[in-house]
Design a protein around this ligand. Structure first.
Ligand SMILES: C[S@@+](CC[C@H](N)C(=O)[O-])C[C@H]1O[C@@H](n2cnc3c(N)ncnc32)[C@H](O)[C@@H]1O
Length: 264
């Protein structure tokens, strides 16, 4: 079992409590001017979707994104995740709501998922930072895109390497939590694609640093009295708090890279 799989298998056990099987986003909420709304409310203002779209959600979490887009635009979609617990969760919701004709979920790795030219849109929302090979992952996803298709990468990017960033990478098993230029340089090597980047950092909600420090301290103490999956989850939460501190200190940014396949 890879560490990333362990993180998300464990996380869903806790985060899904009390949700009665309903999918929920495993990504940031944006504040101002999107009124504390879901990131997807912003996404649909910059990328248009319709019933002719076949969308790959690469790193699909609970399936929330595809259910959201299907609800609004009747898209068809394929969600893949490295976490079997997430895939089970999304499949159960699909079955309960009789959506199997439109949406599928598979346990698969975005590094090796091969459906050349199949998708009109590919979405990677806070998922690519976990790959051990960002170049091969981006190239593989681009190969799966249809002519004229759009790949959307939304993620946290570092401004500069540091000890705190290396710690956060370890806690979240995210070797590709890196500079945006690493990603865009890979895209630029492919002449059939062009991209633009939108900086969303100012819309990320950040708590005061003293509060974050206090929470990190309390979680670190709590960790010593726990065992097994609980420790893994506490590490994930500590990783989230460290990430928020990195935002508070202006060390990282939150960006969307929108890549379009040029039709020649
Ligand atoms: C932060 S969550 C985001 C989930 C979802 N995109 C969302 O916005 O709700 C990261 C997701 O990436 C998935 N993931 C990480 N590495 C992966 C890989 N190599 N292949 C497929 N999915 C992966 C995780 O299982 C998890 O579902």
């Amino acid at each position: 079992m890879t560490e990333t799989k362990r993180i998300y298998d464990n996380l869903i056990r806790f985060e899904s409590r009390g949700r009665k099987g309903r999918p929920y986003p495993v990504h940031k909420k944006l504040i101002r001017p999107y009124g504390n709304k879901n990131l997807l409310d912003w996404l649909i203002t910059v990328v248009s979707f319709s019933e002719v779209d076949y969308v790959l959600d690469a790193g699909c979490g609970t399936g929330f994104t595809l259910f959201f887009l299907h609800d609004l635009y009747h898209i068809r979609g394929m969600g893949i995740s490295i976490s079997s617990k997430e895939v089970d969760y999304a499949r159960k919701f699909t079955q309960r709501n009789d959506l199997g004709k439109y949406l599928e979920f598979e346990l698969d790795n975005y590094l090796t998922h091969r459906r050349p030219g199949s998708y009109s849109k590919i979405l990677c929302i806070e998922s690519l930072k976990h790959t051990g090979n960002i170049e091969e992952t981006i190239n593989n996803l681009l190969r799966n895109l249809d002519h004229g298709g759009i790949l959307v990468i939304i993620d946290d990017f570092i401004k500069q390497d540091s000890r705190k960033i290396r710690k956060q990478k370890l806690l979240w098993d995210s070797p590709a939590f890196d500079q945006e230029s690493i990603y865009t340089d890979i895209i630029s090597k492919n002449p059939s694609y062009h991209y633009n980047t939108i900086d969303l950092t100012e819309f990320v909600s950040i708590r005061p640093v003293w509060k974050l420090n206090l929470m990190i301290f309390l979680f670190s103490v709590y960790k010593w009295i726990l065992s097994g999956i609980n420790v893994r989850n506490v590490n994930t939460y500590i990783g989230g708090l460290i990430q928020e501190k990195l935002y508070a200190r202006d060390k990282i940014s939150y960006k969307a890279i929108i890549v379009e396949h040029k039709i020649s």
